[in-house]
Design a protein around this ligand. Sequence first.
Ligand SMILES: NC(=O)c1ccc[n+]([C@@H]2O[C@H](COP(=O)([O-])OP(=O)(O)OC[C@H]3O[C@@H](n4cnc5c(N)ncnc54)[C@H](O)[C@@H]3O)[C@@H](O)[C@H]2O)c1
Length: 344
Amino acid sequence: MRPRFRLAVVGVGRAGMLHARNAAGHVPGAELACVVDPDAEAAARAGAELEVPAFQDLGQALSGAGFDGVVITAPTFAHAELAQLAARAGKHVLCEKPMALTVEECTSMVAAAQAAGTVLQVGFVRRCQPEFVEAKRRIAAGEIGAPMVVKSLTRGPGLPPPWAQDLQRSNGMLAEVNSHDFDCARWLAGSEIERVYTETANFKGRELGVSAPGFYDNAVVSLRFSSGAIGAIDGTCPAGYGYDARVEVLGTEGLLVVGQARSLPVLEVRSRGVGEAPTYASWPERFEPGYREELGAFVRAALEGSPPVASGADGLAAVAAVRAANRSWLEGRPVALAEELVAP
Ligand SMILES: NC(=O)c1ccc[n+]([C@@H]2O[C@H](COP(=O)([O-])OP(=O)(O)OC[C@H]3O[C@@H](n4cnc5c(N)ncnc54)[C@H](O)[C@@H]3O)[C@@H](O)[C@H]2O)c1
């Protein structure tokens, strides 16, 4: 029998604990080898819960524990350095979205993985979530003809962590929340995003005490694809009512609607009318099967040499789209992605 594929999870905050718990018990053929976090208390707590060694930096883990792959769930500004360190040590990398802060960082990460011959997968979980995978299959099979309009939205329930409120350290909500939409729209359209135009608004930040400069909690981005299709992305965080992720693809021969706001496909009808239709409370709940499949797909890509479900090039394309969208908002004009992709 093949030995289990051993994973180190680097950064045990919200996303890290989700992946660590999945690696520890929900991914066939995989096991959790260790956890890493510079916050000693967080690292120790995660290590104790999951019964694995805990380290305070990836360098220590590389010399202190044996593992095959690294799941990077540190804040976005730390991704590039961690991914390159892991690749240079010959480890496969699953890096959470957004892949990094800049296109240049993404390019270095791709180069490091290529030089090492290791897998670099980016955490675009929707590519592993059953209803999104089915939509992609139907579009690829030509069932709705050529995509003409792609609309994708994501709304998160609460404020993101403080570092993710800061445009300089995270690229803001369009990166932290809507990276998924940029990737998903591009993936389902089967075409590169060519130009974006962004409007933003800030309704709840001030009342919730957010003081980070450039903070916005609502955004709408118009998209033009190189195929000639058009689209729109919208994001709100915090939305309050729950976690909401939906996509609509209008093709020349039909319409696909993916996802729904309510969490149960059961309609409760009582004598006094329609009962409660609870929404998804959080992203771990909304994409539970997707997160498990994402880790499984990473392990398969590493063991079998198959292409990752979302590559470094896909991660780079989303970072370029996010940066162009922020630039569009800051400069009040449509921005071509080519402006982000040329060397500074
Ligand atoms: N795919 C998704 O749906 C999804 C959901 C949430 C977050 N994310 C992504 O995951 C990443 C982490 O987000 P989060 O919300 O879990 O953040 P978080 O703030 O909850 O957790 C980050 C953790 O990383 C640790 N850390 C900081 N610097 C580190 C370093 N250099 N090395 C290792 N650990 C370090 C922090 O101490 C903290 O424990 C972000 O890139 C975010 O965009 C993805």
